[in-house]
Design a protein around this ligand. Structure first.
Ligand SMILES: [Zn+2]
Length: 56
């Protein structure tokens, strides 16, 4: 499933406002590395829905 590139450009991490990029089945913040899930191809940009892609 290909994401709309225009949509990606306007998306920003709700936590730190950095740009995000698609990585497999998630959208990952380039700054804080939070991973936002995709539901039916729509990014769910909610902090509650994230799982950190880094192991703390
Ligand atoms: Zn972030």
């Amino acid at each position: 499933m290909k994401l709309n590139e225009t949509l990606l450009k306007v998306l920003a991490c709700p936590k730190c406002k950095s740009s995000v990029s698609p990585q497999g089945t998630v959208i990952v913040c380039e700054h804080c590395q939070l991973a936002y899930p995709l539901r039916d191809g729509i990014p769910v940009m909610l902090i509650d829905e994230t799982r950190c892609s880094k192991k703390i």
